[in-house]
Design a protein around this ligand. Structure first.
Ligand code: GGG
Length: 322
């Protein structure tokens, strides 16, 4: 039996993760290991990511994570490292039944997950000066490119978003490595400057299927896509490594609604569907995704997508369709 670590984290993570687990329970038997991380555990123990949590995540077959608030940098980045993830997969698609600014949107971001400006090299050099070192390696860029080629398959194509005309060394290295691997694998690439992409995606969302990005660009551009499809409550994600993976909604703790029981559980439940597929439960993952689509089409809906249902009511409606 697969062992799944469950880390709710803070804010609405404590509401949407139990909702997603109720859906997992309806389709599969897992051995669950519960672990804590985030602001609340930091306040209580002095550390946002206890060693036991890191170890439990590293030892599990997969992890379902919620959200981290003020301590995000001390929680999310090490947890992604604990599973050895090198890519963050973020599908953003519009669903029938949900008001979307651009209903044609159906794009998957493959975000480099270990370096860029998220590598953690920030320094305060004086009262006036802070610096940040941006890290790009050929090896991490090539690894991401190999994943992207597997993802689209031979003969497929993807966009590479970068800003190599300004960050010539770092994004130049990233772009060159990704394009070189894609060429060698028979995969077509189209380069797009990341600022131009931010303009083009809302104007012509149908032009993009799979977009390979450096770390921060993938974070920001996928949130932009969330705005086109109806909000962050709809975007799941998978942090994938060679032998382990961590699944989390793209949204954060949503302090404005945390504790009210009205957070949209769709992103967390769709993350659970990705977890199921990762563990080989393909039929169950597909069933969960189709149950979420049916609930988004017919309701009930949480307030972010125009309804007045609670998190638990939406999760129960998903379970009822399985
Ligand atoms: N559920 C993920 C979460 O807590 N997101 C908030 C956040 O700060 N994310 C930054 C990132 O995804 O790198």
């Amino acid at each position: 039996m697969s062992r799944v670590c469950v880390v709710e984290g803070d804010g609405v993570g404590r509401e949407v993760v139990p909702a997603a687990v109720s859906v997992l329970d309806a389709v599969a038997d897992f051995e669950y290991v519960r672990a804590e991380a985030g602001d609340a555990v930091a306040e209580r123990t002095g550390t946002p990511l206890p060693d036991e949590t890191y170890d439990a995540v590293a030892a599990a077959d997969a992890t379902l994570f919620g959200a981290a608030g003020e301590t995000a940098a001390d929680v999310i980045l090490p947890l992604r490292e604990a599973v050895g993830s090198f890519v963050n997969v973020r599908p953003a698609r519009a669903y029938p039944g949900v008001d979307a600014l651009r209903p044609e949107t159906d794009v998957v971001f493959l975000r480099e997950n270990t370096e860029g400006v998220y590598a953690g090299h920030e320094d305060r050099l004086s009262a006036d000066l802070s610096t940040l070192t941006r890290v790009t390696t050929t090896s991490a860029s090539e690894r991401l490119a190999e994943y992207a080629c597997d993802y689209v398959g031979e003969g497929g194509r993807f966009h590479v978003a970068h800003k190599a005309n300004v960050m010539r060394e770092t994004d130049g290295r990233f772009r060159d490595a990704v394009v070189r691997i894609a060429d060698a694998r028979g995969v077509e690439t189209e380069e797009v400057l990341m600022d131009a992409f931010a303009t083009r995606l809302p104007l012509e969302p149908g032009a993009f299927d799979v977009v390979v990005c450096p770390n921060l660009a993938g974070d920001v551009l996928s949130d932009l896509a969330a705005g086109l499809v109806g909000g962050l409550g709809l975007l799941p994600s998978a942090n994938v490594g060679p032998d382990n993976a961590l699944f989390e909604p793209v949204h954060g703790t949503a302090p404005d609604i945390a504790g009210e029981g009205v957070a949209n559980p769709a992103a967390a439940i769709l993350s659970a569907a990705m977890l199921l597929e990762h563990l080989g439960y393909d039929d169950e993952g597909a069933a969960v995704r189709s149950a979420v689509e049916s609930v988004l089409a017919e309701g009930p809906h949480t307030p972010d997508v125009g309804g007045d249902a609670s998190t638990d009511e939406v999760a129960a409606a998903v379970v009822a369709r399985l």
